[in-house]
Design a protein around this ligand. Sequence first.
Ligand code: ADP
Ligand code: TRP
Length: 321
Amino acid sequence: MKRVLSGIQPSGQLHLGNYFGMMSRMIHYQEENDLFAFIVNYHALTSIQNREILRENTFSAACDFLALGLDPEKSTFWIQGDVPQVTELTWLLSNVVNVGLLQRSTSYKDKIAQGVAPNMGLFSYPILMAADILLFGSEKVPVGKDQKQHLEMAQDMATRFNNTFGDVFVVPEPDIDKETQLVPGIDGQKMSKSYGNTIPVFCNEKTLKKKVMSIVTDSTPIDEPKSTDSPIFQIYSLFLDKKEKKELTNRFKTPGLKYGDVKKEIFNRIWTHFEPFRNKRNYLTNHSDYVKNILKEGAQKASAVGDDYLSRAREAMGLNY
Ligand code: ADP
Ligand code: TRP
């Protein structure tokens, strides 16, 4: 039984990239692993500086995770800011991480290029993420490809700490799935909240239809075979098993396929796939006390594990006298 941990920022509407890249795999892992899942509201402060929005997004992200199948009986589920020990560990790790490593962060460089203010929170984002992972002895971290460099930094910090102060931390392994590591958005770029190109998991029928209908396609004439190396094929494939994917490949290779028909099928597939989850989510959003109670209990469980690793790190560094 492995400790599997991952988190998601409450920075906007959950989309298919988040779901297939991380969340559905986490939910699957909870059956045979010790799953730790959390909503990273400290990290979200790097992009959201509005009290109401952060509060609403945080609660909403918690409802998403629970609605999609995270089972609090099997897993530990909490809000990052309810276990503030992680900020102390961030400081401890700040003393083993090289500034050059942080300066090479592609995610930091991208954000700055997008015009985000280069504050210290944004710069030290990877240290807080490493603390998230190391505080709980995580062995495996399911994420999408965009988080690979952050995971390498966490490995670097764990190794440097252990080499300097003695073995305290588990060196985590990223868990990136080839099939779902980079879900394309409706414009063909990586699907991301910050690019405005997402297909949300939970939205109304009209919005979903509009989004799916606007997936980019090429101008191959109807009577020619179509490319399977395209966002429309890749997005549809997320919902298909092996046999269905083969059938879709054949349809793409056979002249006559109309993109408009395929889009209608994709819409129906997505809408029905999430139907039961939508109902559960409606229930949860109307029962906030129930949700908050789960999160409170999760924070207590996470705190107990975190306290143990933190006190060992403090001891190893000579902070206890
Ligand atoms: P976003 O880029 O939309 O802000 P987050 O940074 O909140 O997404 O990502 C949450 C999780 O979802 C991470 O594990 C991330 O790697 C994964 N993820 C995000 N976008 C994609 C994508 N397009 N394909 C696969 N995984 C993704
Ligand atoms: N940086 C991750 C993202 O944007 C979120 C995150 C924060 C995370 N702490 C984590 C993911 C720890 C895995 C483990 O998606």
